[in-house]
Design a protein around this ligand. Structure first.
Ligand code: PLP
Length: 380
C-alpha cells in the first residue's frame, strides 16, 4: 500500500460491533476481566488502550515501520528513549537541535549521569571524533530547527552500524511524508506529533517508530512502567489527523517554496534557509534524501529590531511557538523556542537574534506573500 492509503486505513478497522468507520474513543481507564488475570487483551489504559493500539499501528505504518509507541508529548517520547540507556552511557547529538531537546539532555539527563556531546552532525568527521566506547546513541535532527541544516542519514547509519551505536532521527520537521529515516538505515524515528502529524495546533503528543522486536518489548515496558502515555481522546484526534497528512504536506511544501522564493528576492532579507532552494548549501543532499522540502523555513534580517518589527507587523502569520499546523506561524527562536540555549552554543551554529522562523501553513499562498510584503515594507 502507498502512503496515503496507509495513512487512511492502517490501524483503522471498521468496528465489529457497530460498523462505525472511525475508531471509537475507548474512554475507559480499566477493563473488566473474565476471570482473575483473564482479559480480552486490555487490563488498564496506561499499559494499553484500544484507541491507542489503533493509533500506534497507524503511526508505525506512516514510517513503514513494524512498531509504533505513542507518548504524551515529543519530549516524553525522548524521555522514553532515554530509558533504553544507563548511567555512564554517552550520547552524541546534533548541535542545532530543538531548544527543548537541548534543555532535556543538558539539564535533566546530564545531572542524572548521561553525558551528551553536541556536534555538527552534517560533518561526518565531527561525529566520528565524538564517538567514544561509551556512546550508545546518536540523536540527529534533520533538518535542524531553525537553521535547516541537513545531516546525511544514510552515511550516519553506516557509521553507527560499524560502531554499534543506535541511530535515532527526529523526523518532526518533514513528517514521514517527505523523509523516511528507517529506509535510509536509522534504527528509530522520533516525532513530536504535536506538529505536522497532528497538524491542527490542538494537541500535544509524541511517538517512536522502529522495526526491532527487542525494542518493541523494551519500549512497551517503558510506556507501561514510566507512564507518559496519551489519553484515548488525543489518540482519536491524531488518528483523525494523519488521514490528511499527505495532502496537507503537499500544500505546506507548495506554499513554503513560494514564500522562500519571495523572501530570497526581497532586499530587506539577508539570508533564507530552506532546503528546497538551489542556494541552500546542502540542496543536493536534500534532493537525495527528502521527497519534498516541507513547510518550515527561516530567514534573516539586518538586526534584531528589523526582525522584531516584521514579527509584530505580520497579520496572517501569528507570533507563536510550535509549528506544523494548518495556520501560518512566525517565531523568533532566540526569544522564544530556543531561549534556554546559551548564546555561545546557539551562535556556534549561526542562530542570531536577527533570525525569524516561519511555519508556512496551508492558507492561500498569495495572502501569505502579501502579508510578508507589507510587514517587510514597514521594516525597511
Ligand atoms: C523538532 C522537535 N522535536 C521535538 C519537539 C518536542 O515535542 P513536544 O513539544 O511535543 O514535546 C519539538 C517541539 O517543538 C520539536 O520542534
Amino acid at each position: 500500500m502507498r502512503f496515503n492509503t496507509r495513512a487512511i486505513h492502517a490501524g483503522n478497522q471498521v468496528d465489529p460491533l457497530t460498523g462505525a468507520i472511525c475508531q471509537p474513543i475507548f474512554q475507559s481507564s480499566t477493563f473488566v476481566q473474565e476471570d482473575i488475570g483473564v482479559t480480552r487483551g486490555y487490563d488498564y489504559s496506561r499499559a494499553g488502550n484500544p484507541t491507542r493500539t489503533s493509533l500506534e499501528a497507524n503511526l508505525a505504518a506512516l514510517e513503514n515501520a513494524r512498531h509504533g509507541h505513542a507518548f504524551s508529548s515529543g519530549l516524553a517520547a525522548l524521555q522514553g528513549l532515554m530509558h533504553l540507556l544507563r548511567q555512564g552511557d554517552e550520547l552524541v547529538c546534533s548541535a542545532g537541535v530543538y531548544g527543548g531537546t537541548w534543555r532535556f539532555l543538558t539539564q535533566v539527563m546530564e545531572p542524572w549521569g548521561l553525558r551528551s556531546r553536541f556536534v555538527d552532525t552534517a560533518e561526518l568527521d565531527q561525529v566520528r571524533a565524538a564517538l567514544t566506547p561509551a556512546t550508545r546513541l546518536l540523536y540527529v535532527e534533520t533538518p535542524t530547527n531553525p537553521m535547516m541544516r541537513l545531516s546525511d542519514i544514510r552515511a550516519l547509519a553506516t557509521l553507527c552500524k560499524e560502531r554499534g551505536v543506535l541511530l535515532v532521527v527526529d523526523n518532526t520537521f518533514l513528517s514521514p511524508y517527505f523523509q523516511s529515516p528507517l529506509a535510509l538505515g536509522a534504527d528509530i524515528v522520533l516525532h513530536s506529533c504535536t506538529k505536522y502529524l497532528g497538524g491542527h495546533s490542538d494537541m500535544i503528543m509524541g511517538a517512536l517508530m522502529h522495526n526491532s522486536d527487542e525494542l518493541q518489548t523494551k519500549l512497551a515496558f517503558v510506556q507501561k512502567s514510566a507512564g507518559a502515555v496519551p489519553g484515548p481522546f488525543e489518540c482519536f484526534l491524531l488518528l483523525r489527523s494523519t488521514k490528511t497528512l499527505g495532502v496537507r504536506m503537499e500544500r505546506h511544501f507548495e506554499n513554503a517554496l513560494r514564500v522562500a522564493h519571495f523572501l530570497e528576492e526581497h532586499p530587506a532579507v539577508t539570508a533564507v534557509h530552506y532546503p528546497g532552494l538551489p542556494t541552500h548549501p546542502q540542496h543536493d543532499l536534500a534532493q537525495r534524501q527528502m521527497q519534498g522540502y516541507g513547510g518550515m523555513l527561516s530567514f534573516e534580517l539586518k538586526d534584531y529590531e528589523a526582525a522584531r518589527s516584521v514579527a509584530r507587523a505580520l497579520k496572517i502569520f501569528s507570533l507563536a511557538e510550535s509549528l506544523g499546523g494548518v495556520e501560518s506561524l512566525v517565531n523568533h527562536p532566540v526569544g522564544m523556542t530556543h531561549a534556554s540555549v546559551p548564546r555561545a552554543q546557539r551562535e556556534s551554529y549561526g542562530l542570531t537574534d536577527a533570525l525569524l522562523r516561519l511555519s508556512v501553513g496551508i492558507e492561500d499562498a498569495q495572502d501569505l506573500v502579501d502579508d510578508l510584503a507589507q510587514a517587510l515594507a514597514l521594516a525597511t
